[in-house]
Design a binder for this molecule. Sequence first.
Ligand code: GTP
Ligand code: MG
Length: 196
Amino acid sequence: MIKKAVFLTSNSDYTKCPPPDKPEFAFIGRSNVGKSSLINMLTNHKGLAKTSQKPGKTQLINHFHIDDKWYMVDLPGYGFAVASKAMKATWEKMIRNYLTKRENLAAIFVLIDSRLEPQKIDLEFIIWCGENGIPFVLVFTKADKKGIEKSTANARVFLDRAIEIFGEEPQYFITSAEKKEGREELSAFIEGEVRE
Ligand code: GTP
Ligand code: MG
């Protein structure tokens, strides 16, 4: 489990991020899916990453230093409907550059709302990750909202779609930031990756 989490920087430009000297794990997904909440849950640090009921809260690339060993990154969401076209284009470019050029990126966690059936935008995003060779892990969020059975069923449908696309099942976790579910499993996964 994470013992120490320190906020480092907020950037719009990946070249200004902390030196790429440690493994890095970033959290991404649709606006409001629960990226910042998951970071607070994992670090056991309410308010470390800024959360909001309104989508579009996180707007920059936010670096956190974890246990002096690795970087955790909170990213803005994609698919934020209220954003202007220009804003969307700017964010998209910033995220695309970061994801394809950040050299110490070990893996990204793609968050998926477990209340919903597979969404086109999420499927398109993981296809883009595949095309760009970006290793990703799926994290189904908000499992407390509709209950674990419904969440698991939705996750299953999404995973089956992913199998159709990639020929194998992506690694995945089912979580609730609210109930702190999935914390140990996700922490253990990251620790295993960092140790390698
Ligand atoms: P952006 O930064 O806008 O892209 O959003 P985000 O993905 O960082 O989402 P954020 O963590 O700010 O959470 C959005 C809303 O969902 C907040 O009101 C959270 O309290 C709520 N939320 C996040 N995770 C959970 C969860 O596991 N369960 C429940 N019930 N609510 C959650
Ligand atoms: Mg956020």
